[in-house]
Design a protein around this ligand. Structure first.
Ligand code: G16
Length: 544
């Protein structure tokens, strides 16, 4: 192995994975040694890579191709036997999770900054998923971070670039590099979970849908599954070609950024289902005709109707949601007689519950829904699940959600984001709130009495690991709730997220505008934390 080169390096500050991997500006990753240090730290901190199979791919954003070539040369120098890399360097996050599991890999390196903007001035990211296919748990990310702080050298082989545009096997040093079809394993898995024949019949019968891939990684997946396999007409998938800068857009599937889709679903002659996914294909937004489904209601609706899909026909063991996700799914779980687990924000916290068979479905307010079929949230899976429900029940998207409200009550829910806030001001706001927590129970705000207030702490019911300071929550006696936390995925300043909800059991009141229905609680949330006074912001940046 004479072609292995050792390069001296010194640690970079702040190579600490956040809610989902290491996310920084592209310009930060472009610094000499920056990417290499982090990748070497993975090989150093996670045993078992030598002689094993590694899965590699990303969402196609700017710097994806450069990073893949570097990682291939480093993997070869670190003794990896075989790398499976998606054609053109593409693998969606759920697609990578699927391949890791299907091929028994040691793990995967996924290059993505998810829904963050791309391009030379945008964001880049890298995350490691171990052999269960899920995001690395904190003991692994902590070990990688610790290693980045003491690194003195990294290894790579000198080898020519691998042509990623053609499927087939080549070599980098003595390591095999197999360029794989990024969609094949994933599409095969979807066919085992959902009734493709029923969905084909639904579409043949004239049901129309629109899927906005937002010029991100799910384009090829959606073309293959929705158009080629399920027979939806060409043009069903819009913005379906992955671009390094996502066409200048923000690949975040919400009502603001998925504007092409929203225009169609709220326009004349709208299709019956609209959906979008994000940069790396793990998030989803579902729309009915002129009807927005909140991510929390989507999870609850899937829970209520899970047995309609063949992959879940035998029933679900339980469900899980992140703490700030609305309590709609708790109600659906109660109706189904299954347990509902509450975890901190971050898909990594679902892994143990899914591995142990305690939860089958899980989801988050941040447009994430998934199940035990992989260990990541899965945007296209959610779309197929909804299509399967429409096909199996003959009901529209809106009818399915209204059925949830009728059976379980409606939980009005909104998230207000204050992006790019001064970090010091945001941290002060959180600390001041924390200091007030012991005195809040029993006090009245906007006519509501506080039942309990705390900083959410979690003990994993499977492995006993703990996570503290996961968000301040204020629970009111009538079931209403306000939650505050700082985002772990931003790359500029701090993002304050405020999650506001209240249940409404009276069916006569299920047709209110969400912001109006929550107006009083929104004011309370601002007053309690002094948001305007401390951040200088009169309005949130984004409301979902
Ligand atoms: C990531 C995590 C999710 C989390 C979301 C928002 O999603 O995987 O679990 O809910 O970030 O996190 P935060 O509120 O800390 O910004 P993604 O799609 O960005 O990988």
């Amino acid at each position: 192995m004479s072609d292995i080169r050792t390069v001296a390096t010194t640690p970079f500050e702040g190579q600490k994975p956040g809610t989902s991997g290491l996310r920084k500006k592209v310009t930060v990753f472009q610094q000499p040694h920056y990417l290499e240090n982090f990748v070497q730290a993975i090989f150093d901190a996670v045993p078992g890579g030598a002689g094993a199979t590694l899965v590699l791919g990303g969402d196609g954003r700017f710097y994806n191709r450069v990073a893949i070539q570097t990682i291939l040369r480093m993997a070869a120098a670190n003794g990896v036997a075989r790398v499976l890399v998606g054609r053109d360097g593409l693998l969606s996050t759920p697609g990578a999770s699927c391949v890791i599991r299907a091929r028994g890999a040691w793990g995967g390196i996924i290059l993505s900054a998810s829904h963050n903007q791309g391009g030379p001035d945008g964001d880049f990211g890298i995350k490691f998923n171990p052999s269960n296919g899920g995001p690395a748990p904190e003991r692994i990310t902590d070990a990688i971070h610790a290693r980045t702080g003491e690194i003195t050298e990294y290894r790579l082989v000198d080898a020519p670039e691998v042509d990623l545009s053609v499927e087939g096997t080549s070599r980098v040093g003595s390591m095999a590099v197999e360029v794989i079809n990024p969609v094949a394993d994933y599409a095969a898995l979807m066919e085992t979970l959902f009734d493709f024949e029923a969905i084909r019949a639904l579409i043949r019968g004239g049901f129309r849908l629109c899927f906005d891939a937002m010029h991100a990684v799910n384009g090829p997946y959606a073309h293959e599954i929705l158009e080629n396999r399920l027979g939806a007409p060409a043009g069903t998938v819009i913005n379906g070609t992955p671009l390094e800068d996502f066409g200048g857009g923000h690949p975040d599937p919400n009502l603001v950024h998925a504007h092409d889709l929203v225009a169609r679903l709220f326009g004349d002659d709208a299709p019956g289902l609209g959906a979008a996914s994000d940069g790396d294909g793990d998030r989803n937004m579902i729309l009915g005709r002129r009807f927005y489904v909140t991510p929390s209601d989507s999870l609850a609706t899937l829970t209520l109707n899970a047995t309609q899909a063949p992959g879940y026909a035998r029933g679900i063991a339980g469900v899980a949601r992140s703490m700030p996700t609305s309590q709609a799914v708790d109600r659906a779980a109660r109706a189904m007689g299954v347990p509902c687990f509450e975890t901190p924000t971050g898909w990594k916290f679902f892994g143990t519950l899914l591995d142990a068979g305690k939860a089958t479905l899980c989801g988050e307010e941040s447009f994430g829904t998934g199940s035990d079929h992989v260990r990541e949230k899965d945007g296209l899976w959610a779309v197929l699940f909804w299509l399967n429900l429409v096909a199996a029940t003959g009901r529209s998207v809106e009818d399915l959600v209204r059925d949830l409200w009728a059976r379980c009550g409606r939980v009005y829910y909104t998230r207000h984001d204050y992006e790019g806030v001064d970090t010091g001001a945001a941290e002060d706001l959180m600390e001041t709130l924390r200091a007030r927590l012991p005195d809040l129970a029993g006090t009245t705000h906007g006519g509501r009495v506080v039942r309990m207030a705390d900083d959410f702490a979690y003990t994993d019911p499977v492995d006993g690991s703990t996570a503290a300071r996961q968000g301040v929550r204020i629970l009111f006696e009538d079931g209403a709730r306000v939650v505050y936390r700082l985002s772990g995925t931003g790359t500029e300043g701090a993002t304050l997220r405020v999650y506001i909800e209240r249940p409404e059991d009276d069916p006569a009141r299920h047709d209110q505008d969400t912001q109006a229905a929550l107006a009083n609680l929104i004011r309370v949330a601002d007053d309690l934390a002094g948001i305007q006074a401390r951040t200088g912001r009169g309005e949130p940046t984004v409301i979902t």
